[in-house]
Unconditional design. Structure first.
Length: 232
């Protein structure tokens, strides 16, 4: 049920309400019923004001003003709360996207991890997805491969990578869309045990191709074995 209050029965404003008077006057000014819910949403930031003041709007009879129906007030405040919650979730989602974009090294590392997994699994689809069509792969022996020849060697089993363990891996963007990777690690190769373990230093490159970082270059060399301690 709506509660009405004549103009003569207005309550005096409290100190806090007087401070908010410019904001409240814009809301409490007489208005058509169709504008009322918008004004109720506008004052939802100051719900304490509803305890002391009667919200009114004009109807057909002059001199009479009616208070906001409780059901309409609850609906307006509930809609405003829902809107704020949706906005909060949207901001949190944007924050996660912005954080990802601000850390490109994570994308470069993920691309290299996918390439290593493709070489170890020798999966043709993964190799095709992670290798650039312009790949040049130079082995520590000095021989070289392209995407087609290296992919064929891996999928046929002629070359078998059992494990790759990085000791160091660093990325550096040379120009937009081109990243160099440097480091060293241990590479376990061979079809049957005992496997051949290579200790290599390497320089690699990734290029951004249609939104995907792909493996485009590799050059490695063998690291010298640590010298045995001299006997006295």
């Amino acid at each position: 049920m709506a509660v009405f209050a004549p103009r003569s029965s207005r309550l005096p404003l409290s100190e806090s309400d007087r401070n908010n008077e410019p904001h409240l006057m814009a809301v409490f000014a007489p208005a058509p019923r169709t504008q009322f819910r918008q004004r109720a949403s506008a004052i939802s930031k100051k719900p304490a004001s509803l305890i002391f003041l009667v919200l009114r709007w004009k109807i057909s009879k002059p001199g009479r003003e009616y208070a906001l129906n409780n059901a309409e007030l609850s609906t307006s405040l509930m809609n405003t709360t829902l809107l704020r919650s949706l906005l909060l979730f949207a901001l949190l989602g944007f924050g996660r996207v912005a954080s990802s974009a601000a850390d490109p090294a994570a994308a470069w590392q993920a691309a290299d991890d996918a390439r290593v997994a493709a070489m170890i699994s020798a999966d043709p689809a993964k190799i095709a997805a992670t290798f650039s069509d312009d790949l040049l792969y130079v082995h520590s022996s000095g021989s070289s491969d392209t995407k087609a020849s290296l992919g064929a060697a891996l999928t046929s089993g002629r070359s078998k990578y059992n494990a790759i363990t990085y000791e160091q891996r660093e990325f550096r963007e040379i120009v937009p869309g081109l990243v160099h990777m440097t480091g060293r690690g241990k590479f376990l190769l061979g079809k049957v045990a005992p496997f051949n373990e290579l200790h290599l230093s390497f320089l690699a490159a990734y290029r951004l191709e249609k939104g995907v970082w792909r493996f485009i270059a590799w050059q490695s060399c063998k690291l010298p074995e640590p010298s045995a301690p001299k006997k006295n």
